[in-house]
Structure formats: structure tokens, C-alpha cells
Ligand binder design. Structure first.
Ligand SMILES: Cc1ncc(COP(=O)(O)O)c(C=O)c1O
Length: 399
């Protein structure tokens, strides 16, 4: 009998010395099942990806249909393919009319890279302003946007011309100047532990960008597709940036991402020189068929409208002595504990009890809660009950 764990440890690259090692057999709806038949309630959605749950039947059917018709035919936007045109036109109907054009890529970091290049080319400036505590991906350009020097110094030199301002700190906005090509931000900072924007902050950033001729880029990779209670967070916070990045939940479980902006801005990669950003697999028809099915579900059901009610219920259900606060924007939530040492016990015990939650990259006091939007009231009650049990357990470890 093959020992899958040994094969995994010996042959599959890992990013930490303590991988979860959940042996996945199948996943359906709210649940992931391991090879022993144990069901795990997924309260993490693979970090805000599986917002429609796992293997949604309409998404699977769209994938099957497209895979039988054609898969890869030609790279980067040369051929006219139904999945690309249907998706790009559908999403533009649900956005401000200025967001007319989508350029498709494969993953979030890649979309951010393309966006930075487009902004530099369009403005003919090179300085990029990012927010402290932001996360925009793992490629060298995206990593260079991180403010955490302890992490970035290990791969320096990064991309030059990047400076940081404090998120939510209006006095820093004068650091955005005529030299700035673009300001990039997450509308809600995810990896810092769900930091929401103060009232009107994003609009003030947007105004400052307009004053100095810089572009305002919003990274909606984690916040998009209903996660915060609106289709996109910039709609919830009532701001219209120059460009948005989408990914994660976009593909309803398939890898796909995009940069969306005005036609005239996107045109900067089409000439002088041509092929300003290219990708072999970006906009893959099978992934876009899945994305289209997913978007149709989101815009034709009341899943997004239910987000705020579910968010309130979680706040009510999760009451425990070791919870310091719960920060949230819709179903993008961080539960901060009173003591750092409780965290690993809560996450591990929850897993043992059959609920999947997760850590954040830059917040070691909080756990991440991001259930699929399809979660029912009953599943929320059941899952939160188990999380309370996991918190009791963590507390007991130090009595
Ligand atoms: C806000 C944000 N931007 C970019 C990324 C990078 O996306 P990917 O991992 O698909 O490259 C992430 C991933 O967590 C993210 O949360």
C-alpha cells in the first residue's frame, strides 16, 4: 500500500515545516472529506476561493462542456473564444462603465505584476505607493510591495521605486506626488487580519491620485465576488478606482485572474512595443467557463444579499472569554484572541473537531474565518459551536 504521506513529504514542495497534511479524498458543497471518510466543515474556502462551495454542479457542468469543445488554442487574446468574451462582457455589466476591459491571467500575483507594468507604461512614471501591512502576492514585484523588511530582505534586491504609506492614515496621503505612477491597496487588508478602511478613506486616496495624475489600483483578489457583502468591495465602500485586480473566487475553484480597467489604460500593453504583457495560459477557456458559471450564480441568486445576515450571526455565536475582538467585512473575518499562545491550539483543535479555519500571514493573534457564501444557518451554528469548543480547549491548556 502506498504511503501517501511519505510521498507527499518526499516529493511535493512545501512552504512550511508543519504542513497540515489533510489527505483529501473529495470535496462537495461545504465539506472536504479525507481518505478515512472524515468530513471537515470548510470555514476557510481555501482562502476565499470556494465561495460557492466545492464542486458546484453548475460549475462542474460548465467545465465538462468546455473541456469537450476546446481547451488551449492560442496564447494571450489572439483568438476569439466564447468563454472570454462572455465573461468579459458579463462582468463589465456589473461594474462601473469605466471598467470596460479585462485582461485575463492565471493567478493573483500575476495580475498585480501586469497592473504595475500597465500603470508605469500608462503614466510614464515609475514610483509605486503601497500600504504598510499589505499583501499582493508572491512574485518578486508583488513581494516588493510588502512593508515587512524582515521577510523581504531574504530575496532583496526587489523592485525599486516602491514606497509605503500607513493604511487608513490620511496625513500620509501627501506622500503620493506627481512622481507617483500608481497607488496600490487592498480595499480591506486581508493578511494583516482583516483591517477595514475608515469612512471615506479610499475616496480620499482616490482623490489624491487624481490630483497628482497617479492611478489608483485596488486589489480585489481576496475581497471580490461577494466576500464582503457586495460583488466587489470598492462598490461597498463607494469608490471607483482606475483599475481592479480579480482572482481567487473568480474561477469558482479553477485558476484564473484578471486586470480590469478603462480601455485607454489597457491599451498601454498593445503597442510601443506590442505584447507589453503576455501569458501562455491566462484566460484559459475551461477556467473561464467555470468563472462564467460562477458569476452567473452570484448575480442571479441572493447569496451576496445574505452575507451581512450571516456575518451578524457569526458575531452573535462567537462569544468566548478568549476572544478579544472580531473584525469583519462580510464573511471576510478575523477572530482575535486575548493571547497569542492560544492560536495554534484553537486552529489544531478545530481541525480535530472537523472545522477548517486558518492563520493569517501577518497577524499571529487572530484566526481567519471565511466560509463559503453558501453556508447555511445550521452549518454556521454547528461550526461556531465546534469553534467555541476549540477555544475552551485552548484556554484549558494554560490553567
Ligand atoms: C489581496 C491579495 N492579492 C494577491 C494575492 C496573490 O494571489 P495568488 O496567490 O493567486 O498569486 C493574494 C493571495 O492571497 C491576496 O490575498
Amino acid at each position: 500500500m502506498i504511503n501517501k504521506r511519505a510521498l507527499f513529504l518526499n516529493h511535493v514542495g512545501q512552504t512550511s515545516t508543519f504542513p497540515l497534511q489533510l489527505e483529501v479524498e473529495k470535496a462537495e458543497g461545504m465539506y472536504i472529506y479525507d481518505t478515512q471518510g472524515k468530513a471537515y466543515l470548510d470555514f476557510n474556502s481555501g482562502i476565499s476561493v470556494s465561495s460557492l462551495g466545492h464542486c458546484h454542479p453548475k460549475v462542474v457542468a460548465a467545465i465538462e462542456k468546455q473541456a469537450k469543445q476546446y481547451m488551449h488554442t492560442m496564447v494571450y487574446g489572439e483568438h476569439i473564444q466564447d468563454p472570454q468574451i462572455l465573461y468579459a462582457s458579463l462582468i463589465s455589466k456589473h461594474l462601473d462603465p469605466s471598467f470596460s476591459t479585462t485582461y485575463f491571467l492565471n493567478g493573483g500575483s500575476e495580475a498585480v505584476e501586469a497592473g504595475l507594468k500597465i500603470a508605469r507604461r500608462y503614466t510614464r512614471r515609475y514610483e509605486i505607493v503601497a500600504a504598510s501591512g499589505a499583501y499582493h502576492g508572491s512574485t518578486i514585484g508583488a513581494e516588493s510591495l510588502r512593508s515587512d523588511r524582515d521577510f523581504t530582505k531574504t530575496f532583496m534586491p526587489g523592485v525599486p521605486g516602491i514606497k509605503h504609506i500607513e493604511f487608513n492614515y490620511v496625513n500620509d496621503l501627501n506622500k503620493i506626488t506627481e512622481k507617483t505612477a500608481a497607488v496600490i491597496m487592498e480595499p480591506v487588508q486581508g493578511e494583516s487580519g482583516v483591517i477595514t478602511p475608515k469612512a471615506n478613506y479610499l475616496n480620499l486616496v482616490c482623490q489624491r491620485c487624481k490630483e497628482v495624475g497617479a492611478l489608483f489600483l485596488l486589489d480585489e483578489i481576496q475581497t471580490g465576488f461577494g466576500r464582503t457583502g457586495s460583488l466587489f468591495a470598492h462598490q461597498k465602500y463607494e469608490v471607483v478606482p482606475d483599475m481592479i485586480f480579480i482572482g481567487k473566487a473568480m474561477g469558482a475553484g479553477m485558476p484564473i485572474s484578471g486586470v480590469i480597467s478603462r480601455n485607454e489604460i489597457m491599451a498601454s500593453i498593445t503597442e510601443n512595443p506590442a505584447l507589453g504583457h503576455i501569458t501562455t495560459f491566462g484566460g484559459h477557456p475551461v477556467c473561464l467557463a467555470a468563472a462564467h458559471a460562477g458569476l452567473e450564480i452570484l448575480v442571479s441568486t441572493d447569496l451576496i444579499m445574505q452575507v451581512s445576515e450571516k456575518e451578524t450571526l457569526i458575531h452573535e455565536l462567537l462569544s468566548h472569554e478568549i476572544i478579544k475582538e472580531i473584525r469583519s467585512s462580510g464573511l471576510m473575518m478575523a477572530v482575535e484572541l486575548t493571547k497569542r499562545k492560544y492560536l495554534k491550539h484553537v486552529v489544531a483543535k478545530a481541525m480535530e473537531l472537523g472545522v477548517i479555519i486558518d492563520y493569517f500571514l501577518f497577524n499571529d493573534r487572530s484566526f481567519r474565518l471565511a466560509p463559503p457564501l453558501i453556508v447555511s444557518e445550521e452549518e454556521l451554528r454547528q461550526g461556531c459551536g465546534l469553534l467555541l469548543e476549540a477555544m475552551d480547549y485552548a484556554q484549558e491548556q494554560y490553567k
